[in-house]
Design a protein around this ligand. Sequence first.
Ligand code: CP
Length: 303
Amino acid sequence: MGKKNLISITDFSQEEILKIMELAARFEADPHRQVLAGKVIASLFFEPSTRTRLSFESAINHLGGRVIGFSETANTSVSKGETFHDTIMVISNYCDLIVMRHSIEGAARYASEISKVPVVNAGDGANQHPSQTLLDLYSIQKTQGTLDGLHIAMVGDLKYGRTVHSLLQAMSFFNPTFTFVAPDELKMPDEYKLFLDEKGIPYTETRNMEEAIDSADIVYMTRVQRERFSDPMEYERVKNVYVLRNSMLERTKPNMRILHPLPRVGEIDPDVDRNPKAYYFQQTENGVYTRMAIISYLLGVAE
Ligand code: CP
């Protein structure tokens, strides 16, 4: 079998997604199996990250693997003008798998075409963030007991938020209903709505967040992505349009849980943190187990 990459969530079948869920649960039950002993993983972050980079590195360390890489390019030969092509060609000689984040959409796909070893996309511009999606699915399954037939309300920056794009595609296997809550400037792009139309998956768009969250099983909050705006004034206009507060949760369903890929920058008031429906910090822990599952699966060492 050739090498398997994870660049877009659409690279995985429904069966493979469910396999990752099963493996993540097994790693959560026993996070110290040394299945990556003797493996070297390159962690290449051309763009900032806290959770993704450190949860991948934590996952690798727990499973006995070694990590090489960088969290910024200033101290690499990229700063001397080395091309992205050459950087990936060289590093793929040094490791068994590459985890990479880049600001340019398509960078991870390009890397996977020239790398000798599997590549995991840890976020490429506003495009995809598939490992986040798998941890989101794992969090949804843990909190709801199923992935099937759920109502997901997505709130905030649905235009630039790559996590909602990947999540929408992955949930399409599981009979979801979506409500999209966004200002006009940040609405869900047409290509994703077309994707849902083609699959016959129902969705509605609204500006009324409180109405949308009352019937939701999952409220997926997102940060307005300042770094993707070319016009700072446009960012200022939309950055605080939707702020979730504890007082808004009274009429929500008992099983409802709030997810957020984090970081948050004001769209969830800290008074929500003490509400049992807030799940975003547990969600970050699920990232470690899910990333253990992804790497082990791609390297063919999952048991
Ligand atoms: N959720 C997420 O991608 O967070 P980081 O940007 O901190 O990795």
